[in-house]
Ligand binder design. Sequence first.
Ligand code: ADP
Length: 655
Amino acid sequence: MKKVTPPDKTKPAGKINKPPFNWAWVYVIILLYLFLSPLLSGKMAKETTWQQFSTKILSRKAVAKLEVVNKERVDVYIKSSFSKDTAFKEVFKPIFGNGLYYGPHYTFNIGSVETFEHHLDEAEQAFSPAKHIPVSYVTESNWLLNLLSWVVPFVLLFFLWNYLMRRAGGVDGPGGASIFNFGKSPAILMEKENSKVTFADVAGLEEAKVEVQEIVDFLKKPDSFTKLGAKIPKGVILVGPPGTGKTLLAKAVAGEAQVPFFSISGAAFVEMFVGVGASRVRDLFQQAKNKAPCIIFIDEIDAIGRSRGKGALLNGSNDERESTLNQLLTEMDGFGTNTGVIVLAATNRADMLDPALVRPGRFDRHIYLELPNLTERTAIFHVHAAGLTMADDIDLTMLAGQTPGFSGADIANICNEAALIAARRKADKIAMADFGEAVDRIVAGLEKKSKIISAGEKRTIATHEAGHAIVSWLLRTVDPLVKVSIIPRGKSLGASWYLPEEKQLRSKTAFRERLCATLGGRAAEEVMFNEVSSGALDDLEKATKEAYSMVVYYGFDKRLGNISYYDSTGQRDLSLQKPFSEATGDLIDSEVRKLLAMAYRDATVILEENRALLEELAALLLKKEIVDQKDLEEILGKRTVGFKYFDLSDHEIYN
Ligand code: ADP
């Protein structure tokens, strides 16, 4: 299910606000340098040869001086009085405005200094000694070229390394963004001025709020605790399914206490290089200590805090994760109870955590957040509907009633979807129907009215859905049905909506009846057409899993007895070995098959006995496409006192 978080008013400040250093400038400077360096090093002289030099230049007595450079090249400077001479026009080209270029004007290579001197002597024999051309010898170390040939490979290597690091370090947050802060923690800091989330934004979760209130009090007035010698927990773990408001609660604690809030995901510590995670943990705690009192929030702490040694069978031991965890433990031991840094962590698998992490002195306090109940859902609806423009007839309590099992994040999502749906139909206000549509969409996916379905298929789908509806209607413990539709949505071709009651316990009969209702669709196809279709895939998968859980987890099977192979630690998820023998495995398989067969036979019996109702409902579905509770009550009768339920235990196949 998609999780939509409404735009966060509290934009995290701190690191994230710094404009990132623009590397493009470095590239531009290097390119400019490479491009300009030949110009700067004065290589504007025209190439020539000794022959041309001696015949065209030397003979005209135009040479001011000669410079033998590095015993391999001669630079020729022409007298400036020749600057107007057309023969030298080319080499006296003006540079930089009107200034003349004062040489060297020509250059030529020589085999050796001796030969050059010899040639020059010969050529100058005609000149009087006073007119001999001054020759100087210079050694020019081309430091620029030398430097570049050293530096360029390093620069290239540096950029390559930096690029790789940036790619590797880009988990999230600015911390991974460059080689220089690779080992820095990528936590996002929210300053206290920006912590605008308060307990008022967290609906429900009353018990959890009471528990965290103590932390708020401590952060606000540590003295009142410390003077009595009380120690405040250093770490609190928030445990609960996704979307139940763990992050929200942690933010609210920071907001209430008006302290800075560091937030990081457990996965962001772990990098492919060993030691990085540990250094990030160290850095995070260092930063936090500087900002104390403050809160560190580590989301999905199981990414680092998973019990050491678990999963070693499949992925080998994970050194990096372990060293990160060890560092976290050391840091938590290292800072005193009263430094004012409190670590809040969130997970949905507390049982997977390393025992060392949850022992007293570290994360010794666990706060469990559950999926919200009816009252809590109503409150959450109120929080999220506060910013919406809604029609007057919106009944949030009723919506809360229609959304059992939904998390706070789902409800936030519904409110947002409803607003989007209303906007799409260009309405001024969000109507109740928009909310209904949003709920349906989140449960079953988007309606696909354009999907082409043949008349024959439609009849099968209608019969299938009518089958589910009738079997579940006639069985006492199955949740009340509110709507049946044969409009394709998402991947499914038809759907039934139930209103689950909030119960903590379910009896064995309830399991059996639900199994029976799940298989009602396929049974209806067989009863009506003597043929089954592939449309029951989803049902079969659900039924098989449920039947397995009855036998293997809940100990509902008489032959297997009161035994459960459930593993709350999650350790066995990764193990290849089954916790039972081959013989028990066979027994489990046969018992599961028997359960499913019985449920299917029950469903068939119910539908055969009520064939007329099945036909009527299927026909109505074909006609209307959506059948609601009122229609169902008209055809099947109201499920109130005196309603004649079908009792499975009366039935011979159970005995
Ligand atoms: P978790 O961290 O448990 O996965 P979040 O705290 O990120 O869940 O919750 C996601 C969003 O769901 C929140 O931003 C908020 O909009 C909404 N939400 C969840 N629980 C509540 C609640 N109790 N009250 C109000 N909103 C909630």
